[in-house]
Design a protein around this ligand. Structure first.
Ligand SMILES: Nc1ncnc2c1ncn2[C@@H]1O[C@H](COP(=O)(O)OP(=O)(O)O)[C@@H](O)[C@H]1O
Ligand SMILES: [Mg+2]
Length: 383
């Protein structure tokens, strides 16, 4: 191919061997933009055909691509970008407009969805004339997650207070009602009438019991001691297998190298029993539950930073949970089952929070995953 003069608008991929401008297929690794590799923020340089000419290390990490795989690919092929972002890129090329988008959604090749703040700035650089746009990508998933967590925790605190006060209000007169029914029963000569007092007493007991369970997660603090998470999960597994039909399989995928965790054994058994029991109920006796454990390093949980946390995932291949129900199901008395109390997840959430941890859930048909993230030392000193 004869050498040709290089023009900025030249279609990429067919450029000449001009010394300062590498062909489109080759990423700039040094030259005028070498310094960008030192940035922690993700930066990319695009040409007029929207092909990625350079992506700094942060951008390659963020998009889970290597420099090689970007070779000559337009940005829209590297990731699936929203129509707004595509239009912004076209405008930057055609009109020299810059663009800033908040909470832009892009889908990576591995199908993960990223939420980003994105800025596109048209640029001109004599030393690399083919470059015409600088794109900065700032991931905000962490911010979104923290604000969602904060909102949830705020709501849960308000809920807990409401329930505690309400339960107290109901409990006290209940005692009186029950006592009066007992006194009345003793005075009754007609045994047939005792049936009615028995109903009053039994119903008062049932309500008393419910109130007790509503109040119990808030009463008393955890008794922390070093515990082995796998001991706890094995206990839950055997309890669950005992009460389940044969068609239920519980597979373990444990990271055996995990250290012990400082926690309350009884509370943690209750947490995972409640989560796994829901999974078993959703499976209606047939299906698989996976108990998985992993380490998570340097995590921020409810605004506190921990060196190490243990992720416990309980995954089932049942019908899944509708999106609209996902946040509500942690509320007390919210149940999707006719005979449910709606207290299982509330209690689990409450206990995990006492351990400074969080529970999250994601679900689609055939794959429902509950993740409980527990710091190994909930009392870790904050730097
Ligand atoms: N793994 C799961 N698959 C499907 N639905 C679930 C799952 N886990 C929880 N749920 C839904 O969340 C609801 C609330 O659970 P929970 O708080 O334990 O109360 P309960 O089990 O008494 O209904 C359940 O009734 C069910 O509808
Ligand atoms: Mg339950």
């Amino acid at each position: 191919m004869p050498p040709t003069a290089r023009r900025p608008q030249e279609p990429a991929g067919q450029s000449s061997s001009a010394t300062q401008a590498p062909p489109a297929g080759q990423l700039l690794s040094a030259g005028p933009f070498a310094g960008l590799d030192y940035l922690a923020s993700a930066v990319m340089l695009l040409d007029a055909a929207q092909q990625v000419r350079y992506a700094n290390s942060a951008a390659q990490n963020l998009l889970a691509v290597t420099g090689q795989s970007l070779r000559g690919r337009p940005f829209g092929k590297v990731v699936r970008a929203s129509a707004t972002l595509e239009a912004a890129l076209a405008n930057a090329v055609a009109n020299g407009w810059s663009y800033t988008g908040q909470n832009v959604e892009i889908r990576r090749d591995d199908h993960d969805i990223l939420h980003l703040n994105c800025t596109v700035t048209p640029i001109q650089c004599a030393e690399a004339p083919e470059i015409c746009m600088l794109m900065e990508l700032q991931p905000i998933d962490q911010q979104l997650k923290v604000s969602r967590e904060e909102r949830l925790i705020g709501q849960q605190q308000a809920n807990r207070e409401l329930i505690r006060n309400l339960a107290h209000e109901i409990k006290n007169p209940l005692g009186g009602i029950r006592g009066a029914a007992q006194l009345l029963e003793r005075e009754l000569n007609n045994p047939a009438l005792k049936e009615y007092t028995q109903v009053i007493i039994a119903e008062a007991d049932r309500l008393q019991n419910l109130m007790q369970r509503l109040l119990s997660p808030h009463r008393g603090n955890m008794q922390p001691a070093p515990v082995n998470i796998h001991d706890i999960l094995e206990r839950v597994r055997s309890l669950l297998l005992l009460e389940s039909p044969e068609g239920l399989a519980i597979r373990r995928d444990y990271d055996a190298s995990l250290p012990e965790l400082l926690g309350d054994r009884e509370q943690l058994i209750q947490v995972f029993l409640n989560i796994a029991r829901n999974a078993a109920q959703a499976l209606e006796g047939r299906g698989e539950i996976i108990f998985r454990t992993r380490a998570a390093r340097q995590v921020t949980l409810v605004k506190r930073r921990f060196r190490l946390a243990i992720d416990v995932m309980i995954i089932d291949n049942g019908p899944g949970i509708p999106e609209t129900f996902l946040e509500r199901m942690f509320y007390p008395l919210v149940s999707g089952r006719p005979d449910g109390t709606g207290l299982g997840l509330t209690l689990a959430q409450s206990f995990v929070q006492q351990h400074q941890g969080v529970i999250e859930c994601s679900s689609r048909p055939g794959h429902t995953a509950f993740l409980a993230r527990l710091p190994t030392d909930p009392f870790e000193k904050q730097a």
